[in-house]
Structure formats: C-alpha cells, structure tokens
Design a protein. Sequence first.
Length: 332
Amino acid sequence: MNAVVITRHGGIEGLEVREVETPARPTADRVRVRVRAAGLNRADVLQRMGQYAAPPGYPQDIPGLEFAGEVDEVGEEVRTWKRGQRVFGLTAGGAQAEYLVVPENHLAEVPANLDWAEAAAVPEVFITAHDALFTRANLRPGETMLVHAAGSGVGTAAIQLTRAAGARAFGTSRTADKLERAKQYGLSAAVVVTTEPRAFVDSVAEWTGGRGVNVIIDLVGAKYLEANLNALSARGRLILVGTAAGAQAMLDFSTVMRKRLTIVGTVLRARSTEEKATATRLFAEQVVPLLADGTIKPVVDRVYKIEEIREAHARIESNESFGKIVLLIGGE
C-alpha cells in the first residue's frame, strides 16, 4: 500500500509517499479500513519534526490521527461493521496510508451527506471539542464559552457545538478575517489578540456584563493562562487543549481559589483504548446526528492529494488555514 512516510525528522523535505507493507487481515475485534481521506493535524507536523512520537504499538514513521474510509475486512469477533460500510474515526498513528487496522469501537458511521474529504475533517476536531465542552467542562444551555484560535479545526467545531447546545460562543484569533468567517458558524462576538492577552479579558467583561465566561477552551497555551483565569466567571472551567504558545506558566492560586475555578487538561492521542472507545461512542450518539441533519458542518480549508503531502504541511505551518486540511488517499 502507499503511505506518507517520515524519512527523516525536520522540514517538509523529509516527507515522502512510499509503498509499505499492507496490514494483515484483522482478527478478534479489529477492523481493517480502506482509507479514502485523512485529516492533517499539528501533531503530524510535530511528529515530522521529531517532537511528538507516536505511542508504543503505532508506526513512528507513518503519521495520521484521523481517517474516513470503507470497511475492508473484519475480525471474527466484530459484530458492528460489515464490508463496504463508510466509517470514520481516530487512531494514534498511521492514518495517512491506504489501509489501517483499528478496534471496532473506535469507529462511527459516516453520514450519507458527507463526502470523503468532509468526513475526514470531522473526527479529531469534533471529538476533541465535544469531549472538552461536555465531558470535561459540562457546558450547559445558557452558559458562555470562549475558544482561543477560533478559526482552527477544533475552534470551529467548538463554536458549532456550543451553539447547538444552546450556549453562546465567543472567540479570539490573531487574524480578523478568521474571526469574521467564524461568525457564520455561530460565533457571537470575537476579538483579535496579537501580543497582549489582556485584550480579550476586557472584551469578555464587556460581552458578559462583567461576569466572565463559564468555559474557556484554550488551544494556545501558557501565554494565555493569567488572562484566562481573569476572564473566567465564578466556578468557571478552563480546559487546556493545546500548547502552541508554550507549556509552562506561573499559576496564581489565589485567583483559582477565590473564583472556585476548575482547570482540566486533555489530550486524545495518549488515552487508553477504553477511553477512546467511550469518546467515540459519545461522538456517534451526540454529534453524528447533528452532522447528518446539517445542524453542524465540517469546515474544510483545502484538500490535497496524498502526493501533495509537502504542500499540505506547508499550508498548515503558514497559519493561514481556516478549518481543516485534508489528504485524499485514493478516493474522491
């Protein structure tokens, strides 16, 4: 089979499409998927650079955390899936290849209204956003949510899920155009943040009548910690999802204690098989129906063929993308 292969760590010149061994026929509760499209994520860039190794048991040289495709073969214990079914899901590595083997409970059925590129743009961002908003933060109708990097894949997913839940979504970005585009997905108000995080604290106070937001989804990292604490309401919840702007910051205990704040960190890739199965089940039950009826939609920035993997990496590193970048792998 063909796969994206990291031949050496560093720049995009270390990426090649090569023929590698096709995974063996699955056994037990495993499913082999013929991958038609795969999403590109920041984690893939870090893996290419040698800064984010795949967990044990997953290929170190074939990136890819999310995919969409057809069931090709199933193990003898599989009861949920049959050959030819359209599925999408998560894995800890190896999704940017023509075939992939995953547990049957790590898959969900692709709604009929999504093509392969749209389907591949869904799993990582919508499962991450849904898990952060509802499993970790317990967002409720009538509450308020602020997401940093509102034009990212997780950002646009979080905005849509917040709106669908009857809550209000606010956002920040370094680019005014991204915030304007995000409004069509349910962003109530937004502010451009370039160098001074305090700017969004003042905006949040204005938007909420001084109360602060109930939930913050932080995809940026350490640089925003102090401002996040100040922007949260009493009993607010801060969910740490990304570390693009650093992973270490000073924590003001007094603010956390005075406001009775909750700070939760989350990552999908390193979770156990059982935890990923639970996140996928909740996604299938609560998010896929919203995709099927058009309440929420995948946001696709650009679609590349697998042979254009270097161009795709250049695009995501440019920070100009809005939504998801997708690779087509032998299927339109």
